[in-house]
Design a protein around this ligand. Sequence first.
Ligand code: HEC
Length: 377
Amino acid sequence: MSYDSESEATKSYTLAWIAALLLLVGFVVGLLIYPPLYEAPKGEAGQMTLFIGRFHPILLHLPIGSLIFLAMLEVLCMGRKGEAKHGSTALLALFVGAAGSVMAVLAGIMLSREGGYTGGNFSLHQTMGIIGTAGVLLALVIRLMAMGQGNWELLHAYRALFFLSFGIMSLGAHFGGNLSHGSKFLTQHAPEPIKSQMIAMEKWMLTLVETPKAEKTEEKAPEAPKATEAPKMVEAPTPTATPTTPPPTPAAGEKLVFANLIQPIFVAKCNKCHGEEKQKGDLRLDTYEFTMAGGSESAEKKNNIVPGKPADSLTYQLVISAEDEDMHMPPEGKDQLTKEEIAILKWWIEQGASNTQKLDLAALPADLQAAASALSK
Ligand code: HEC
């Protein structure tokens, strides 16, 4: 039975079918060329891939806008009159939303090839984005069928599928927001009952995708080298120990511990994600003030760096955690800190995490002097 016996049912949707099928094929081929990965990508991605990937944050607004518009239209289309009046507009919004989703998903996968995207938030974002998009594409096909046949029941089925897919996509989008703004962005200022509900739901979803923490083996959680306990004011080390170590001349004293030992570590291993351009977890490590101010977790507690207390300092906790820990820094697969760099970081925090302490290589534990000398060059 046709729901609209006048004209709609007899209309041919040939063009719309061709567009929808092209979109479907584009999505599948795109996923074959850029399969979603859940671990650090191997090898370098091409410049073009990385270039297009950076359009993800722009492209994703297209499906947001058109699918929200469609959701409102679909409420009107629940009645036969509404469908007759707005059905073709809904079809157009659905097509634009589906096309935008396909582009956003493929660009998102290309963006992930930059590396550094692992963990629960990323897995959920990628998986739900793809499932939601597949759902919207299927919904597009079903709506076309329903409109072509004038099949009212099929149109109801379409609508259910659309709202389901839209819901999945929206939730998935939220985990993407967590990736770029830090996981507290949405909940931080939420009123209390909502806040705990949201956090509980998020935690539960994350447990679905996160592999249970692997038993940490001793070697995996490296202790900072023992020798950091060496007395601070040791005399210059035996000449044979570290021939590269310059004597603590006044010239060496002009350098500063933070600027010449700590910052070079951050620049080499952290600031790609915590610098001027990107602030993952809302954290910048490119100046002393930013480093001390902390990020989304540590700003309030003032514990990104706790002078004198490495064990209480979030940055130190994260760099010494096992590499497969969720919040391990730098993230799994990235260039890791060396044992000496970790020990130097620890030493600096123990010394009071100062911005002005002069660098005196001889004041460092003997086994760190060579590494410190290399860093401060
Ligand atoms: C490839 C990107 C990347 C690199 C490199 C990286 N981080 Fe991170 N870092 C992140 C992301 C993403 C988060 C946010 C995680 C979250 O909120 O779930 C984060 C969060 C943090 C936080 C938590 C901040 C807060 O207050 O919430 C600290 C501390 C941190 N990183 C320290 C470091 C240090 C130190 C290094 C270098 C040794 C480093 N990171 C290197 C991506 C990176």
